[in-house]
Design a protein around this ligand. Structure first.
Ligand code: GLN
Length: 186
């Protein structure tokens, strides 16, 4: 399969390595043409405000939104989750696709970055979940399936063809979550 990774900034290479380790082609997505023929796309972690600006400057925002609305399997991690949300506390939305309200940098200073082992719905074994200045989901709307909660907060959700996590599965050696996403891609 051909899996795109939005490649403006942030954790791009880590996703590419996992896709390739599982025998698939990883495509860096920076412009509209890069969206052609993809079986899935990943919106990585990084800085959501910067990525949102770059999506607008490069005119990629609308065609990407359209592809995802048409059913392109999509996985957003951390900043990627923020890009997908219909509501961001105190800010304007970007792709405005998922029926969730997110809060940025939500775990506070004490918990800026941490990792914990947890069960995620759809994944057999417990996974190590790595959080880096992560958002959480404050509210969910219709059609949202909650996949995981940590510290009583929602940190993984699914809505039709879209999955979003507050944590970074690409920062561990464990390929299980990537396999799960690829199983949705084809
Ligand atoms: N704090 C970042 C933001 O709000 C997200 C952090 C991350 O992607 N690791 O955009």
């Amino acid at each position: 399969m051909k899996i795109g990774v939005l490649a403006f900034q942030g954790g791009v290479i880590e996703h590419i390595k996992q896709i390739e380790a599982l025998g698939h082609d990883a495509i860096e997505v920076k412009k509209e043409e890069d969206l052609e023929g993809l079986d899935g796309i990943i919106l990585p972690g990084g800085e959501s405000t910067t990525m949102g600006k770059l999506l607008r400057i490069t005119n990629l925002l609308k065609p990407l939104k359209r592809k995802i609305e048409e059913g392109l399997p999509t996985f957003g991690t951390c900043a990627g989750m923020i890009l997908l949300a219909k509501e961001i506390e105190g800010e304007n939305s970007h792709l405005n696709l998922m029926n969730i309200k997110v809060k940025r940098n939500a775990f506070g200073r004490q918990l800026d970055s941490f990792s914990e082992f947890h069960k995620v719905k759809g994944i057999e074994n417990e996974m190590e979940l790595v959080f880096i200045r992560a958002p959480y989901v404050e509210e969910v709307g219709e059609n949202i399936e909650v996949l995981c909660k940590v510290k009583d907060r929602i940190v993984a959700v699914k809505e039709k063809n879209i999955i979003a996590t507050s944590f970074h599965p690409e920062l561990t050696e464990d390929l299980t979550f990537m396999k799960y996403f690829l199983s949705i891609c084809g």
